[in-house]
Write a protein that binds this ligand. Structure first.
Ligand code: PLP
Length: 427
């Protein structure tokens, strides 16, 4: 049971507590900037999707890229959630967090031979294959290891996900998946594959999708293809619906679809399918559970603009500079102050290091604690040490308690593996 002071990061008041933890007190103990994730909020999201899937033969494979913290992966594992991985590093993390290989699927256009071999040796559930070249490599590596790979073809349904171009993946012009015509040829020729069992379909049209329509259209096309394949004798054991469910970045503006309505769309499109359904949500499970806690370094009065200079930057949270993404930014003091307008920026030496432009905010002062909301996904996992800023700490909050699940990097950690050029060799 979540205690009375539990508040998800999206309470409309400037909640000084998240998951029962006082954020001001927390920031006295842990130097900012740092990410804080509510375990209760993550559990709530897992539960809502699992509830929607009750009675369905389904496996949720969390998209590790969204937030690859071992602590988050542990939480997923504790609740029976598997993993959708896109690299050997993510495979390693998922296994390290205890996720069993039979709950791991491997997606991505650039799986190397070594990565394929590692995943085969680990006995993962399934490969989501993105090109004919990859299919042949999978066959060759599997044959050399004497293992039969289970594979799904990633269909590119040529559907506009109505999201940011950089996270749209289901249009014909995108690098992902293959057309239904090409997939049809794969099935027609599948007997030639001695070490690949091609018996799955996969589709993932993009991320941060806020309307059911693109999902409906994509699943309709996949369902049509599944029926066609079944009719000619190709049994389909699983259909992977991908991820993509959007979340609320901007209160009062973004209206995410609800998990039950989304599952209803999948079930409706795939009525009569008796195999297993796979889902690969990333953002939906973790984004709203996270905040980036940051302090104001100073207010800079520029010639034309007033800048709120924070101690966090684009290297800690890339989404605003990469996608022009909006994040609500809220003072944690909970006081009522006059409103003003700031450009909210970090210390990195790029104009792109801007979290928000002309943002209406209560007046701030140096030292004030702020939270940048909805940063549990594609925040820490996309961070870098640009400008030699060490990776920030990550903290898990759970019903009044907190645990540091990633220490802030020291300068020594930051340069681990680097050395001056002392030992010269020729190649
Ligand atoms: N599955 C695949 C193949 C992806 O590429 C991604 C994201 O890029 C996801 C799932 C997760 O997407 P989201 O975080 O939007 O749910």
């Amino acid at each position: 049971m979540i205690d009375a002071s539990h508040a998800t990061p999206h309470d409309s008041r400037a909640a000084p507590r998240i998951d029962g933890v006082d954020l001001q007190a927390l920031a006295e103990r842990i130097p900012t900037p740092f990410y804080a994730y509510s375990a209760s909020a993550i559990r709530d999201r897992i539960a809502s999707l699992q509830r929607a899937l009750q009675g369905v033969d389904a496996l949720i494979c969390y998209a590790v890229k969204a937030n690859s913290s071992l602590a988050v992966l542990n939480l997923m594992h504790e609740h029976g959630v598997g993993a959708d991985i896109v690299s050997a590093g993510e495979l390693w993390r998922a296994l390290r967090a205890g996720i069993p290989p039979e709950r791991i699927v491997f997606s991505g256009v650039g799986k190397s031979e070594e990565e394929i071999a590692e995943a085969l040796s680990a006995k993962i559930l399934r490969f989501n294959v993105e090109s004919h070249e990859e299919l042949l490599t999978l066959q060759q590596v599997a044959a050399s290891l004497g293992i039969t790979a289970r594979a799904a073809v990633r269909i590119n349904p040529d559907v506009d996900a109505l999201t940011h171009a950089k996270i749209s993946t289901g249009k014909a012009e995108n690098k992902f998946g293959v057309s239904i015509e090409e997939a049809r040829r794969w099935f027609a020729e599948k007997e030639a594959l001695s070490h690949v069992q091609l018996d799955g379909l996969h589709v993932h049209i993009g991320s941060q999708i806020l309307s059911l329509d693109p999902f409906r259209e994509a699943f309709k096309r996949v369902a049509q293809f599944w029926r066609e394949l079944e009719a000619v004798g190709h049994a389909i054991a699983s259909i992977d619906a991908g991820g993509g469910l959007g979340v609320r970045y901007r209160e009062g503006h973004d209206h995410p679809v609800d998990a039950a309505a989304y599952v209803a769309v999948v079930r409706d499109a795939l009525a009569g399918f008796t195999g297993r359904l796979l889902f690969e949500p990333g953002r939906y499970l973790v984004a709203e559970a996270g905040v980036l806690l940051t302090r104001v370094i100073r207010i800079k009065h520029g010639e034309q603009r007033k800048f709120l200079v924070l101690d966090s930057a684009m290297n800690d949270l890339q989404r605003p500079s990469l996608y022009d993404a909006w994040h609500d930014i809220v003072p944690v003091h909970g006081e009522t102050r006059a409103m003003t307008e700031y450009d909210i920026v970090g210390p990195v030496c790029e104009t792109g290091d801007t979290f928000a432009r002309a943002r209406a905010m209560p007046e701030c002062a140096a030292g004030d604690l702020l939270m940048i909301r909805t940063t549990g996904a594609y925040g820490a996992s996309m961070a870098s040490t640009y400008n030699s800023r060490p990776l920030v700490a990550e903290v898990l909050l759970d019903r009044g308690r907190y645990a540091v699940v990633r220490q802030r990097q020291s300068f020594e950690d930051m340069i681990a593996g680097e050395q001056p050029a002392r030992h010269w060799e020729t190649a």
